[in-house]
Design a protein around this ligand. Structure first.
Ligand SMILES: [Zn+2]
Ligand SMILES: [Zn+2]
Ligand SMILES: [Zn+2]
Length: 136
């Protein structure tokens, strides 16, 4: 048995740039922060979202290779996408940015960073188990 690591395994990095928060023209709910063909998670309306400045920022986005730390320019105007490190040749998956909201737990006043999602949902604090509703 050889102990070689598989060099072809994709590493992933989360993009730091997300499209501006947009609301659904039909139900005014928060839309998922991606570009292209999307459907509203709340009312199911389908639409095509595009945003030139975000695509340009995505093209110019710099990130460091998770393998060799070399700074790379992504050069692609879409997320998710795959790039190859020019230095160590590893493949990197650049994932969409998931916006997070910081809220305070009403039970223990701890600050929690939670993923932003459309609509209102019940969450429970990992520290004190208090259940509360969060919007967005
Ligand atoms: Zn909607
Ligand atoms: Zn590298
Ligand atoms: Zn708590």
């Amino acid at each position: 048995m050889s102990s070689e690591n598989s060099a072809s395994e994709a590493r992933s990095v989360e993009s730091k740039i997300s499209p501006p928060p947009l609301t659904c023209p039909r139900c005014e709910g928060l839309l998922p922060s991606v570009l292209g063909e999307i459907s509203c998670l709340l009312c199911g309306a389908r639409m095509k979202i595009d945003h030139e400045p975000t695509r340009r920022d995505w093209e110019d986005e710099k990130l460091s290779c998770p393998e060799c730390s070399k700074i790379l320019v992504v050069g692609l105007g879409e997320r998710p996408c795959n790039i190859r490190c020019s230095s160590c040749q590893c493949e990197i998956e650049v994932k969409v940015n998931v916006p997070k909201t910081e809220i305070e737990c009403p039970g223990c006043e701890r600050r929690l960073r939670l993923r932003t999602k459309p609509g209102t949902r019940k969450v429970s604090c990992p520290a004190c188990d208090t259940q509360f509703e969060m919007t967005g």
